[in-house]
Design a protein around this ligand. Structure first.
Ligand SMILES: Cc1ncc(COP(=O)(O)O)c(C=O)c1O
Length: 406
């Protein structure tokens, strides 16, 4: 039997999909589970966008497009970047892809050389595909730790300490998966100040949750003096317009756009033409459905954070954006006798019927930060109320048991 490459054997993954498969198997087996695992809106794509997709199918938009995307969409994206970030971007600097995700790999591939010791700094905890793509592309992963005490930001001094002559890329994600944290403008300015001393470093600004901000304002590092040229702005339709399955994302950077385009020619050729026309409507059409979904996530954020803080042994900061809550369950683990957040997660799933992810699904636990689990609160109010009630009951039941046993 021929061998599998070491690279494929070691390829990282998104554990949300692994846990989801486990949860679905339990549900198929008849178990009643409230799931907070998967990071996607629980709304249908707005009807005007669906109609644009249908019109594209009926209108014969069936063929390949240029690898960088159709002009109409690239123009709509450039206009949107201007509107949302106050940045002038030429449509020629915009590249459309099958989601924002592929641009993580393309960015690592376009800014580092395989096996050359080039370093990429990325947030921990963070979206697991960052580390996976850094490793798969032969670069060196350098995690920078997000701190609860800093509202899930990293300390800029730690960034300064991690930069070496080999650093090629810094990945930023705001609003953030999994903590829901936001990098405020003042922090971005401190980061930019450090980067200005290191001309060799690109920035991958993952702004896929940029429109889902509930406290303060969304700021892009690309809008700060001197940062646009070196920043890859990555965004897409998945989260804002409930279009995860349409697979439509984009990235903007003048120097890298031609290289991203060539990567796409080498891989998927182009994003689905049907999805591209739907995305034109998403960006240029009425925004009331997107606003309704955003307001709904905001209201659910308040609901879930309020409820989580009433669960014995749990504290939860109010995340500024995205649709994730990242409660600290250190004390709850102790109370129920769970060795760590992963044991706690498994027991929550099997004993309480509540599916969440554990901190270790987003990178190694950070010393001194305690134990966390992640809720995706893109779920109904009923699911949130029911799920957190089950969790509270689980903690109370098991605390009583261990107190009685003591
Ligand atoms: C931080 C982050 N970046 C990128 C993505 C990928 O989004 P897309 O569906 O556009 O590929 C996700 C999806 O969960 C995400 O959480």
């Amino acid at each position: 039997m021929p061998d599998i490459s070491q690279r494929a054997l070691e390829l990282g993954t998104e554990n949300a999909f692994v846990v989801l498969a486990e949860v679905n198997a339990l549900i198929r087996g008849g178990k009643d589970i409230v799931s907070f695992c998967i990071g996607q809106p629980n709304f249908p794509t707005p009807v005007n966008i669906q109609d644009a997709g249908v019109a594209a199918i009926r209108g014969g938009k069936h063929g390949y497009t240029p690898s960088a995307g159709i002009d109409e969409l690239r123009q709509a994206i450039a206009a949107d970047i201007q509107r949302t970030r106050g940045i002038e971007v030429d449509p020629a600097d915009v590249v459309v892809g099958a989601g924002a995700k592929p641009f993580i790999g393309y960015s690592v591939q376009s800014t580092t050389d395989f096996g050359a010791g080039h370093e990429v700094i990325y947030p921990n905890p963070g979206f697991p595909i960052y580390e996976s793509q850094i490793r798969a592309n032969g670069a060196v992963p350098v995690p920078i730790h997000l701190r609860e005490s800093r509202n899930f930001n990293f300390d800029p001094n730690e960034l300064a300490d991690r930069i070496t002559p080999k650093t090629r890329l810094l990945i930023l994600n705001s609003p953030q998966n999994p903590t829901g944290g936001i990098i405020p403008r003042a922090e971005l300015e401190a980061i930019a100040e450090i980067l200005r001393r290191h001309e060799q470093i690109w920035v991958f600004a993952d702004e896929i949750y940029g429109r889902l901000v509930y406290d303060g304002e969304f700021a892009s590092i690309a809008s700060l003096p001197g940062m646009l040229e070196r920043t890859i702005i990555a965004d897409g339709c998945s989260k804002t317009w409930a279009m995860t399955g349409w697979r439509l994302g984009f990235a903007a950077n003048r120097k890298l756009a031609p290289y991203f385009t060539t990567w796409i020619t080498n891989t998927e050729s182009c994003a689905s033409q049907i999805s591209q026309w739907a995305a034109v409507e998403a960006l240029n059409g009425p925004q009331h459905d997107a606003a309704m979904m955003r307001d709904s996530f905001h209201q659910r954020r308040d609901l879930i954070v309020g409820l989580l803080n009433q669960v014995p042994g749990v504290t939860c900061l109010s995340p500024g954006g995205a649709f994730y809550a990242w409660p600290n369950v250190t004390e709850a683990c102790r109370m129920v006798g769970a060795a760590d957040s992963e044991t706690f997660r498994k027991r929550l799933l099997h004993e309480a019927g509540v599916a969440v992810l554990a901190d270790i699904h987003f990178g190694p636990r950070v010393d001194g930060e305690g134990q966390h689990i992640r809720f995706s609160y893109a779920a109904s109010n009923d699911a949130i109320e029911n799920g957190i009630a089950r969790m509270a009951d689980f903690v109370e039941r098991n605390t009583v048991k261990s107190a009685a046993a003591a």
